[in-house]
Design a protein around this ligand. Sequence first.
Ligand code: HEM
Length: 518
Amino acid sequence: MALDLGWTTSFQPLLVASLIVFYVLGVGIYRLYFSPLANIPGPKIAALTSWYNAYHDLWRGGQYVWVVEEMHRKYGPIVRIRPDVVHVNDPTFIDKLYSQSPKHRRERYWTVLQTLQADGSILATKDHDLHRKRRAVLNPYFSQQNVRRLEPVINDTLANLFYRMDGWAKAGAPVRLNIALRAATKDIIQAYAFGEGDKCLEMEDCNTSFFDITAPHPIAHLGTHFFWLAKSLANMPPKIMTALIPKIGLFASFMEALAAQVEEVRRAKDLPEGKTIFHEIMRSDIPESEKQTRRLTDEAMVIVVAGSETTASTLASIMYHLLADRKLYSKLRTELETVMPDRYELPVASKLDGLPFLNALIQEAIRLYPGATHRQDRTCPDEDLVYESPNGKTYVIPAGSAVGMAAPILNRNPDIYDRPDDLIPERYLENPKLLKYQMSFSKGTRQCIGINLAYQELQTFTAGLVRRYNLYDPTLKVQNGPTLELYQTTKANIATYADFITTGAGYGTQGVRVKIRN
Ligand code: HEM
């Protein structure tokens, strides 16, 4: 029997509304004055509600990173950017926050964990110990030594790219370099993860439709701000999803295909040693629960997606700068000639390691064009973090609170980098210590696992392309060999316009386009 308190029906909605108002006021007062983060400087609106963050990420399309940068200009190196998150723009704090020591537990905060609907992957693993176990299985394949063994695969992929470029040159139409480079990086990581299979570079359109669905997009923030919605969408059958939102539906189909590949490896009777990453995972003695198709499909998705878009976008930015600046091009070209006398030979990775200008250029491009633009939010469950501001003030970030740093902000900190918005490779030659402030791959125990692979791809593809092609010279009647020329591409086409977890370029941009002549 319902409880009759004798209230009139018109009084009940009023009571509910008053309770809501009191609750909201209570939460607001707590967040502003009593939260353990209440003493951290920052705008009141950001301390009051995370809708402020959601508005700039979802409505304005990945703009919160720049809002946070502006907050730092106003409030100093430490700011409270959400009711529950602090951001620090001070490179001297990197080592403390992103500790290298496995004894210091550092866990990703849900603002990062929820972006990908991939609970089984290391990227989305919160718990420190489980993350260590999962990462330990993958670590050997991404060591510098093992990545070196991948040299033939990387060079074969470069050769495939050259073959396609010859064809595009004959066809005469401008080429979207970003797509061609995504195809190349995906072919490499896919081969490493699963072995021979369909290659994007062998497809007529270089698998453009796949790259259109994984291309940077504001929807990447949906999981952070509307987790339940993103989760339900991810769990819908691909056919229904494709009918509703084709972009997400196609992604679900991609996940289905990955699951089939994982299943194939799981069922293989013969698991030859060292064949691929996933063959080795199946051979390893990790618990059976860690070898389930669902978990491994999540792992595979993160490895394939994180391993293609990021490196390809940095590579496209390098190529833009080289093709836009004749002096830069010839400086690199001269250095490359010392180890690659024949323009048609493929690079030897070990020789590229010793080229100072090539490596400085790559570092500088990674700094200025980080392939992953999101805030690397962490919590430290066991210890308070103490931040000492340059003005002498000390702030305590209590254990369990979230604190992050974002590469697009840190990497352009004017206290560390002179003319931070300009590409100046020489800064790394003059001051190699700058390397320790490089945040593009993150730092510490959760640093990017693909860092060695990314470097080797960046070295090989930059060297191979620049050594083989001349920069087109309109003053010459006859070019001296095959050439590249930018086509309707300016710096605006590569600028980091937004944070879509990966680099968000300006709306409508086609990235770097080139004309190739044989
Ligand atoms: C220029 C290229 C790349 C950039 C800028 C980049 C950046 C990053 C960053 C910043 C993180 C840390 C994310 C966080 O803590 O919130 C990360 C993690 C990760 N990256 Fe990369 N990445 C690149 C290339 C690659 C490649 C080639 C792979 C290939 C497998 C890869 C696989 C991963 C994985 C699996 C993680 C999760 C690591 C963990 O949780 O322990 N990345 N990456």
